[in-house]
Design a protein around this ligand. Structure first.
Ligand code: MN
Length: 380
């Protein structure tokens, strides 16, 4: 077997990565009265307490970030997070070391903003945060880092205004949670049409990261199997978003709108497409709205997905003809590939042909974010 150091480096763009906001971010960008209501995280023993505008919950955190060494042993040499998880410049060093070039970058604490119930606070915080991520995250290397803007879900009008503002400050993607806040119309309702139109017109990609329904899906189950049940459960949230956007006609009415569902794998796409087609055909007398293309065609055309480890995802392309899947590192999370990215990429892509490898490591990503461009020849 070839040693990792002698192997070709497989460079890839990542459709799923995260940054950790500075602990004092909200104090930097908002007046104190607003800053103190924004999401914050505190470590208490092995747990993390998330506090958001008067609500709080506790979740268990991994103590040590482990990495797999060349000898296959687990080395606990890194402290809790990789060096660049809070520092955009150091982040580029981590990416170079791992062989990741461009990446979609999600907020961490910002993801909890969907729990806030005050529309004015969410509106002003997303505006301020988007300006900050445009300059501090994307600004570190606008040709590699593609951070996703935060939008208010409490008002469609605010979401549209902020999407346009985010584009105006240079961002290319906007993040929406997989579940809408309580009392808000779900994504299959026509209420959201102005947002779909604005995304289509501005070319902003709408990015949904699995497991962001606003409740703590990561601790839904306890007891036997609980850890894996909770891990898998978060995946379904992305599939539900795809189901709603296709069957409601939202994507059919906005054929240039592109959606990315990050971290949820890709092999579910052919299955969901077949299942929707069956319902659309067999229950045709109940189906509304009628669509101009089959549900599976819409799904295959407009929904992009990312996966990190699942070998079965590649079969969605090679066996089932689904082209819009990309790899994702999930940096810097425990589920991600930091520390063993090259090992993972070789395991996934050594057995497949070059065109398949290119499509999944770069091509699908470039459909969404052409400004990033292919990995430069000087590094690859
Ligand atoms: Mn992720």
């Amino acid at each position: 077997m070839t040693e990792a150091s002698d192997r070709e480096v497989i460079w890839a763009h990542s459709g799923d990565s995260h940054f950790l906001e500075p602990k004092d971010l909200w104090r930097q960008i908002l007046p104190p009265s607003q800053a103190d209501r924004m999401p914050r995280s505190e470590r208490v023993g092995d747990d993390e307490i998330i506090q958001v505008d008067g609500q709080s919950f506790r979740r268990r955190m991994p103590k040590i970030f482990t990495k797999k060494g060349a000898d296959g042993l687990t080395i606990s040499e890194l402290s809790f997070r990789p060096p660049g998880s809070r520092d955009a410049k150091a982040r580029l060093g981590d990416l170079d070391q791992e062989g990741v070039w461009g990446e979609v970058v999600y907020a961490s604490l910002g993801l909890w903003s969907s729990m806030i119930k005050d529309p004015e606070l969410v509106r002003e915080a997303s505006r301020a945060e988007n300006e900050w991520i445009a300059s501090e995250i994307q600004g570190a290397d606008p040709n590699r880092l593609v951070p996703a803007a935060q939008l208010s879900l409490l008002s469609v009008e605010d979401a549209v205004t902020e999407l346009e503002h985010a584009r105006a400050v240079g961002l290319h993607a906007a993040n929406l949670p997989t579940g809408v806040p309580a009392g808000v119309d779900d994504y299959h309702r026509d209420t959201w049409d102005p947002l779909w139109s604005a995304a289509e017109e501005t070319g902003m990609v709408l990015c949904f990261h699995i497991g962001t329904d606003g409740n703590d899906q990561a601790s839904l189950y306890s007891g036997p199997g609980g850890a894996v049940m909770n891990y898998v459960e978060t995946t379904f949230s992305g599939q539900r978003v795809a189901l709603k956007l296709v069957t409601s006609g939202a994507l059919d009415r906005h054929p240039r709108l592109k959606v990315l569902i990050s971290e949820g794998g890709a092999s579910w796409v052919p299955f969901l497409g077949d299942r929707m087609n069956e319902g659309y055909r067999q229950h045709g007398m109940f189906v509304r709205p009628k669509l101009s293309r089959s549900p599976k065609e819409i799904l295959y055309d407009q929904i992009y997905t990312s996966f990190q480890h699942d070998a079965s995802a590649i079969g969605a392309m090679t066996s089932e003809g689904y082209q819009n899947l990309m790899w994702g590192s999930d940096y810097p999370h425990l589920e991600g590939t930091f520390g063993h990215t090259q090992e993972t990429l070789h395991e996934l892509f050594d057995p497949v042909d070059e065109a398949t490898r290119y499509r999944i490591t770069q091509g699908a990503f470039l459909d969404l974010f052409p400004h990033v461009g292919p990995v430069p020849a000087s590094v690859s």
